[in-house]
Design a protein around this ligand. Structure first.
Ligand code: BDP
Length: 679
């Protein structure tokens, strides 16, 4: 099925002259090395060429001394070698060369994974129908760690998963379907992902056993599949493992017995998986155990694991999503948005060199709109990693179209001013600002065992775009979108134009009919789908918007609120602190204002709410109409799948519109200037 192949569609090349040119190369694929990664590259090329050309491509190594040559810098000779020496670890070159024996394309990787990336890149060029006879490409990834986090549970469910069950687990064991996992590895590797953690950050009783001899052989099988695609395997671990698995009476990170236990355990893991990546840890958050139980800091906890992993060059991803979810907001002296910074900033410089702090993009929780976490750039002596959410928990759960690349671009381009102007988040996490030992980007995956991976077929674009941005955060939303459409749907210009504008507008459309002006939430408790102005499981007092009859918003200023703005550096602090300079879209994130407060747009807050909600519901309806114009321009399966979701979205957008508008009308008593229907 086309939806299963996602963006790895290798359509027959119809253009005779292009096809002729490609086949000159495709008829022989020669590899200078044998290794599982190089095999994967060859396999992918072979698979692609078989479906692109009528005459199956030749595949005999060395049969003809022309065609495509796969090689690492080490094995390449002459001038090619000298030039390739500028590559970084995962970098590669693609070079078309006319030799005495005929034309050749060299795919040269600094290491093997670079060769694989080069193969995927060459195929991308061919999918796009571009010429390949004078290629001269050098690519180095901007980010060193380009990760994905599965939130899969061993019972087969996926925390915040909206695309079926897990492809890894079922009934508290492994599915054993390594073919499916391999196809996932192909998708990930094709966009440059090089690390994956394969279980939920909430590590329950069963998953705690993943690091025991009963399950490690299975983890090793999965790791072998990913290894062949240049992807390292990581596990989320339970901080309290020494209690559950080791029979110890404590998990105190300073207890010698506990430390010895983790060292032994880690050694054991590496016996099964010699290139194991390391641990992801959620501690002291939402009922997970952690070092606070023992009056220890998060540096104590993380460093204990860091030391255990160090002999094997493993890493610890220690999550900064630490807050007191039981906090009662009658006490306004604390603010959830402050929590990560308050906990971690004082620990700067205390973390082991292989510990990386994994920081969610915002200080709250993956809302449709929130401020960027002030922790970025605030810890000069600590490895930092950005955590995004590809799975659409608060952004429509893959039932609504919400293309997140434009949101991620804003986050990456946000200037922290940590070292003056030009200290964007992307420069913090690519390591260029402070030169930390490790840095990068990670994200929660949006895939499951649905035949199209992501439930909503167009949500494939989020996974694609995420990967591309981790490779190169300077790619524009437009470039990424155009690539994805061409690779997924081919060259039809009408499809291209419609899908492009649908995707690029979808985030703002979703924002329009959901929670306004950065206030966030307003969703149903627990599952977080659909409108509920006061719902949220961790707040007994309505969600965090403090709406009453006079006004709305969270006062996070130093002057009169929680003081959260003080966590930013001067430029941003001043911008957010003042009502005059705080951007409209984050107004209610930073300020509590009367409904009649006038925005920079000239509208009052209440009128803005009404207008955006009416507009958003109309825009959602329009997405459906736009898609309907594509009937007959693609396979029926993908057409119908997307259509059915857009129908649902249009309906639910109206529900959002009515519930939100009515809520604020009843609170404020202020009428819509245009007298539209509010219930
Ligand atoms: C929230 C999710 C929750 C996750 C948590 C986390 O609602 O399911 O466990 O984040 O990131 O967004 O740990």
């Amino acid at each position: 099925k086309k939806s299963y192949d996602a963006w790895l569609q290798y359509e027959p090349v119809m253009d005779k002259s292009l096809s002729g040119q490609y086949q000159q190369y495709a008829r022989s694929v020669e590899a200078m090395e044998t290794s599982s990664i190089i095999q994967s590259a060859k396999q992918e090329l072979h698979h692609a060429f078989t479906s692109m050309f009528e005459n199956t491509a030749g595949h005999d190594d060395g049969a003809e001394r022309c065609g495509i040559v796969l090689t690492t810098v080490e094995s390449v000779e002459g001038p090619l070698k000298v030039e390739a020496a500028r590559l970084s670890r995962d970098g590669y070159q693609i070079k078309s060369v006319l030799t005495s024996e005929g034309p050749r394309i060299y795919l040269i990787g600094m290491e093997e994974q670079g060769v694989l990336y080069a193969a995927f890149h060459l195929l991308r060029i061919m999918q796009n129908g571009s010429l390949v006879d004078s290629l001269n490409i050098t690519e180095n990834p901007t980010n060193q760690l380009r990760m994905i986090n599965q939130w899969d549970n061993m019972d087969g469910s996926i925390e915040r998963g909206y695309a079926g069950a897990s492809i890894f687990y079922d009934k508290n064991g492994f599915t054993g379907d390594l073919e499916r996992i391999k196809d996932y590895a192909r998708l990930l590797s094709s966009v440059g992902i090089n690390g994956i953690s394969i279980n939920n950050v909430n590590v329950h009783h069963v998953e705690t056993n993943l690091i025991t001899e009963s399950l490690l052989p299975k983890v090793a099988d999965v790791a072998a599949v990913f290894r062949a695609y240049g992807i390292k395997t990581y596990l989320s671990v339970n901080y309290a493992s020494p209690l559950q698995l080791g029979g110890l009476s404590t998990a105190d990170p300073l207890d010698p017995g506990v430390r010895a236990w983790w060292k032994e355990k880690t050694k054991e893991i590496y016996q099964y998986i010699p290139d194991f990546g390391g641990f992801v840890v959620k501690a002291d958050s939402e009922h997970r155990p952690g070092p606070f139980t023992y009056n220890r800091t998060h540096a104590d906890g993380a460093n204990m694991l860091g030391e255990a992993l160090e002999p094997f060059a493993g890493l610890v991803f220690w999550r900064c999503f630490v807050y007191n979810c039981l906090q009662d907001w009658r006490d306004r002296s604390t603010d959830r948005a402050r929590a990560a910074y308050d906990h971690f900033k004082p620990l700067d410089g205390q973390f082991h060199s292989n510990v990386i702090l994994q920081i969610k993009n915002g200080p709250m929780d993956f809302q449709v709109r929130e401020a960027v976490s002030p922790l970025f750039g605030a810890m000069e002596h600590t490895n930092q990693m950005l955590e995004l959410q590809v799975t659409q928990e608060y952004t429509g759960q893959q039932r609504h179209l919400c293309y997140l690349v434009p949101q991620w671009k804003e986050i990456l381009d946000f200037d922290t001013y940590a070292k003056g102007k030009g200290s964007e988040v992307k420069r913090v996490v690519d390591g260029s600002l402070y030169q930390p030992a490790y840095a990068g980007i990670t994200a929660v995956s949006n895939i499951g065992n649905d035949y199209n991976w992501t439930g909503h077929t167009l949500a494939q674009a989020n996974l694609y775009g995420y990967g591309r941005l981790t490779w190169n955060p300077d790619l524009s939303s437009e470039e990424i979108t155009a690539e994805w459409i061409a690779r997924t749907f081919g060259k039809d210009e009408v499809v291209h134009e419609q899908v492009r504008s649908m995707l690029l507008d979808s985030w703002s459309i979703y924002e329009n009919y959901t929670s306004p002006l950065g206030v966030g939430w307003m969703v149903n408790p627990n599952h977080h789908y659909g409108p509920n102005p006061d719902g949220y499981e961790y707040s007994l007092w309505g969600t965090y918007h403090f709406a009453d009859w006079q006004g709305i918003g969270v006062d996070r200023t130093v002057a009169s609120g929680t003081g959260y703005t003080s966590q930013y550096l001067k430029e941003n602090k001043e911008m957010y602190e003042s009502l005059q300079t705080c951007p409209d879209e984050l107004l209610l994130f930073f300020h509590h204002v009367p409904y009649t407060h006038e925005l920079k747009s000239g509208k009052t807050v209440i009128q803005h709410i009404y207008d955006t909600h009416f507009a958003g519901a109309e825009q959602a309806e329009n997405l459906k109409t736009m898609w309907e114009m594509l009937e007959g321009r693609m396979d029926g399966e993908r057409y119908r799948d997307v259509l059915s979701r857009l129908v649902e979205q249009a309906e639910h957008a109206k529900e959002w519109r009515d519930i939100i508008n009515t809520y604020f009308y009843r609170k404020s008593g202020i009428k819509d200037q245009q007298n539209r229907k509010i219930y």
